[in-house]
Design a protein around this ligand. Structure first.
Ligand code: ATP
Length: 262
């Protein structure tokens, strides 16, 4: 397989005016747009229930838009199912692994499924094992691994693919400090290679440091977007000590105030 990022210069992700959710009578998302280019990291922020997971489900093609559209590597799912699906790697918050496959076998099957060159994939798998300090666990079965180690296996599989679009849900939870460092380094490397990363997280200091741009959702609506600096400015948090946490709180309060009586 040639990854999506090599096939097209279209944005890795273009969500346009997406309205969607679980029932047409009560949409979760209301006209949400976001664009993510190759090599960028877009942070997706919002309170519990804001609609982050629902947006991700739409991007993964697991839910049908009520209106609007999602394009991955330039195509909608209907236009080019193979390009769309092969361009995305997704790491959910809860690791899900095959109980009968070792860590190494997971990586092997991922390489086969994505049609990666065998030798290059093996070399890359070894590098990832070193990055995530998993070399000694390569022959282990998932049941014998801790939650954080299982999460590392998910991340290693996703990074092995070098996808055009990497979607990660809450990657920092459950990882030890060295694993977080390894992950940040691996994400930087993936970005340098052209992968676009959509990262949904409540750990705002990490996003403030690492994200090129942010999208802030509240009750299914986009309430702010831009660089961390722009989002802070939009929230009126411009002082040198102002944090993204401060800005987020101010934005949510403003949205709540502005929507009273709806
Ligand atoms: N399976 C479902 N059926 C119906 N409604 C759902 C379902 N899953 C989530 N919702 C609703 O959709 C809305 C958005 O939920 P979503 O899971 O997208 O939020 P989130 O931003 O990912 O939250 P969290 O930070 O807690 O993961 C919420 O009102 C939630 O109750």
């Amino acid at each position: 397989m040639v990854s999506g990022q090599e096939k097209t210069s279209a944005p890795a992700l273009a969500m346009k005016e997406l309205t969607g959710g679980y029932s047409r009578r009560r949409p979760v998302l209301h006209g949400v747009s976001m664009t993510l280019h190759s090599g960028e990291l877009l942070g997706l922020i919002g309170l519990n229930g804001a609609g982050k997971s629902t947006a991700i489900k739409h991007i993964l093609g697991l839910m049908v838009a009520h209106s609007g559209e999602v394009r991955v590597a330039g195509a909608t799912l209907e236009e080019n199912r193979e390009l769309y699906r092969s361009s995305i790697a997704y790491v959910p918050e809860q690791p899900s692994l095959f109980p009968n496959l070792t860590v190494k076998e997971h990586l092997h099957w991922t390489a086969l499924a994505y049609g990666l060159d065998r030798e290059a994939a093996e070399k890359r798998a070894e590098e990832l094992a070193t990055t995530f300090r998993m070399t000694e666990a390569m022959k282990a079965l998932p049941d014998t691994l801790s939650k954080g180690m299982k999460q590392k296996v998910m991340l290693m599989n996703a990074l092995l693919v070098r996808p055009a679009l990497l979607i990660i849900d809450e990657p920092f939870l459950g990882l030890d400090p060295l694993a977080i460092r390894g992950l940040v380094a691996a994400l930087d490397e993936a970005r340098d290679e052209g992968t676009a990363i959509l990262l949904s997280s409540h750990i705002l200091p990490a996003l403030e440091r690492k994200a090129n741009r942010l999208v802030v959702l509240h009750k299914g609506r986009l309430i702010a977007e831009g660089t961390p600096k722009e989002v802070k400015a939009a929230a009126g948090c411009t002082g040198p000590e102002a944090t993204l946490d401060d800005a987020f709180e101010a934005l949510v309060e403003a949205a709540e105030g502005g929507r009273k009586g709806e």
